[in-house]
Design a protein around this ligand. Structure first.
Ligand SMILES: Cc1cc2nc3c(=O)[nH]c(=O)nc-3n(C[C@H](O)[C@H](O)[C@H](O)COP(=O)(O)OP(=O)(O)OC[C@H]3O[C@@H](n4cnc5c(N)ncnc54)[C@H](O)[C@@H]3O)c2cc1C
Length: 394
């Protein structure tokens, strides 16, 4: 079995690498590498740098403005993006709602929303979770009442990532009550600057502002902002989750973290003569994490190779979600172990005492941030339930 990429794909890799090294905004890469949060202007500039090249919607079919790359090219592109230290693309527009729009929306809706997602000029947020509806998403209470061609939205969304940078939110709302709780849910898009919308920050344990709660009080949106049929939103929401769960793989980023760990461990993180990599216990754990990334990569290849361009990975994506997130946690635990010499260095790297190395604060934040990976996108317990029921048929 030959697992190497073809010479054409390797030539493509060099073109992508050169773009990141010479054309992509250097200040954004530097800030991202330092683990510092980007402003809304920087998020837009980062994504528009990819969008202007036609590379932001990297997995979209060519007929909707995607670059028409093969699965291998998409994979290599993601690997190079993460290797270069470019911020991860905010997935809510281009990875999540984009495919729902080009698959299920009307022609007018495609014209309205796809260009801004594709060129990175318009940010999106995902309004699924509510205070009483996370794992049991179908029990959501958010209501959309249709009156004379206008939906009146009322309710409370929570854990809404990046809403502070977004212009639009796609949300699941109850438009009626059916026999089953999955019935009567609709998929609606709403501008975040509409009167009656309030976005409130939630600061997480890694000290970052990624999450928000979003409150809706008699917010009016035209009926034409509903995607697909009324009451069929559950189907579209599950289609979207297939894309979301596979997107967690991020092999290139994991390999970059492991290279970083080996670099630090080869030096002496305690500042003395003691090289961490010479400790058999630590070296073994690094090797185990490297093997876990290899295993994850093979699983992703297997799932992606069974897909047609633009297709949804479906329930098999749950396997990727579990493997990717537990491997990420395995790696960030090593980062925490390395930084233990400096206690819990935290906050802005540049504001810490000078004897604390610059990697300590971002590494500790990465560890804490990584704990959430087995929660979002549907917890790993829920993914195991999906595999048991839908993949294994138990
Ligand atoms: C960092 C972060 C970002 C997020 N971003 C977004 C976002 O942008 N948009 C959005 O809509 N949501 C987002 N979420 C929300 C996320 O999808 C939910 O937190 C998740 O689905 C779990 O729901 P919950 O928090 O209500 O926990 P609960 O559903 O209350 O679960 C609590 C615990 O019980 C377990 N459990 C529940 N039911 C079962 C069962 N049937 N079998 C076995 N175990 C079970 C769970 O696994 C979990 O361990 C985000 C969450 C985090 C942490």
């Amino acid at each position: 079995m030959n697992l190497d990429f073809s010479p054409e794909t390797e030539a493509f890799r060099l073109r992508v690498r050169e773009f990141f090294e010479t054309e992509f905004p250097k200040d954004i890469i530097a800030k991202n590498r330092a683990g510092e949060a980007l402003t809304t202007e920087e998020v837009r500039r980062s994504e528009m740098a990819l969008g202007s090249k036609g590379w932001l919607a990297s997995a979209w079919p060519a007929e909707y403005g995607g670059p028409g790359w093969s699965i291998e090219e998409q994979y290599v592109f993601d690997e190079e993006l993460e290797r270069a230290g470019v911020p991860t693309v905010t997935p809510m527009g281009v990875v999540y709602v984009g495919p729902v729009i080009y698959t299920f929306a009307s022609e007018a809706q495609k014209q309205k929303w796809l260009p801004g997602i594709r060129d990175g000029s318009v940010g999106w947020a995902q309004g699924y979770s509510e205070p009483g509806a996370g794992s049991d998403l179908a029990s959501l209470q958010f209501s959309a009442e249709l009156k004379d061609g206008t939906y009146i939205l009322n309710g409370h969304k929570i854990w809404t990532s990046a809403a502070q940078h977004a212009d639009w939110i796609f949300l699941l709302a109850r438009t009626s009550r059916g026999e089953k709780k999955q019935q009567g849910i609709s998929f609606i898009c709403c501008p975040l600057d509409a009167p009656g919308v309030t976005v409130r920050p939630i600061i997480t344990i890694d000290g970052k502002h990624v999450l928000n709660e979003v409150l809706f009080e008699d917010v009016e949106v035209p009926e034409g902002h509903r995607i697909g049929e009324e009451g069929k939103g559950w189907t579209y929401s599950q289609y979207l989750l297939g894309f979301e769960r596979t997107s967690y793989a991020r092999i290139g980023g994991k390999r970059a973290m492991l290279r970083h760990i080996r670099d630090i461990a080869r030096a002496a993180p305690d500042g003395g003569n003691h090289r961490l990599i010479d400790e058999p216990g630590f070296a073994r754990k690094v090797t185990e994490a490297e093997m876990a990334v290899d295993g994850l990569e093979m699983t992703v290849f297997r799932i992606l190779s069974a897909l047609s361009a633009g297709g949804s990975p479906g329930d098999a994506a749950s396997t990727v979600k579990i493997l990717a997130t537990t491997t990420h946690q395995q790696i960030t635990e090593l980062m925490l172990e390395m930084t233990a010499f400096h206690a819990q260095a935290f906050g802005k790297a540049s504001a810490l005492p000078s004897d604390i190395p610059p990697y300590a604060a971002p590494d500790v934040a990465a560890y804490f941030g990584g704990r959430a990976q087995s929660i979002y996108g549907g917890t790993n317990e829920i993914q195991r339930n999906i595999i048991a029921k839908k993949v294994l048929g138990i």
